[in-house]
Design a protein around this ligand. Structure first.
Ligand code: PGA
Length: 252
């Protein structure tokens, strides 16, 4: 399987012009890194830039940062997966901790996954604990999240879902500290075991498991090599084509 690097721009940048600059930079990186799949997840208003620019670069794909759990109708402010598919979106981030903090529950996330899959959009499901307690409660927390988010999703659809392990304590500028490749390895093995118990081992091995949370040029290689990550989910450093290029190079 090709490695997967996801760029989550969050609510940045603030202008179309800046977005085009970052996008153009990532296009260049993608052209020189054909053995890596890159997914750019800009805010909704900038998705159309991606559609315009991207043409014919197979390893560069568009992702959204959110999509409604509803198919259509009277839901002010919501965007449906079908609308996103029409813009060429192939992936959608679901369950990000910053959205959970706004009130999204595992049940909503489960509906979002089911709805996205109906429009042939692959969900990038973010899971992860807020604290790593010495007693190991975080392990059952991860299990519970996966069980709820994958509820009633048929086996045949599981390989279309990407799981991103993002420990909340390691995300963003206010992170307590960085996670280690060993901590990721533990979570990765657990995630595969849970999916294997829910479905079977072959299905579990068809799922890509990414690491996310303060990824930068110096730790990217370690998460891939020592942590065995299938890829990375990058926040802050995906907004600088220079820094993002270094991460891609490290991942290679
Ligand atoms: P960060 O964000 O790389 O800025 O920590 C990662 C994420 O929230 O997906």
């Amino acid at each position: 399987m090709k490695k997967l690097i996801v760029a989550n721009w969050k609510m940045n940048p603030q202008s179309q012009k800046e977005a085009e600059i970052v996008f153009n930079g990532i296009v260049k990186i993608a052209k020189s890194s054909r053995n890596i799949d890159i997914i750019v997840c800009p805010p909704f208003p900038f998705l159309s830039i991606g559609k315009k620019i991207k043409i014919k670069i197979k390893n560069l794909m568009l992702g959204a940062q959110n999509a409604s759990e509803e198919a259509e109708g009277a839901y002010t402010g919501e965007v449906s997966p079908k609308m996103l598919a029409g813009l060429g979106v192939k992936y959608v981030i679901v369950g990000h901790s910053e959205r959970r903090a706004l009130g999204e529950t595992d049940q909503t996330i489960n509906k979002k996954i089911i709805n996205a899959l109906k429009s042939k959009i692959s969900p990038i499901l973010c899971i992860g604990e807020s604290i790593r307690d010495a007693g190991g409660d975080y392990l059952s927390f991860i299990k519970q999240e996966l069980h709820e988010c994958l509820k009633s999703i048929p086996k045949a659809q599981i390989s279309n879902i990407v799981v991103a392990y993002e420990p909340i304590w390691a995300i963003g500028e206010n992170a307590n500290r960085e996670a280690t490749p060993e901590e990721f390895t533990e979570a990765r093995i657990l995630i595969r075991k849970i999916i294997s118990d829910l479905y079977d081992s072959k299905t579990a091995h068809s799922v890509m498991i990414l690491y996310g949370g303060s990824v930068h040029e110096d730790n990217a290689k370690e998460f891939m090599l020592n942590g065995g990550a299938d890829g990375l989910l990058v926040g802050r450093d995906s907004l600088s084509p220079k820094k993002f290029a270094l991460i891609i190079n490290a991942a290679k």
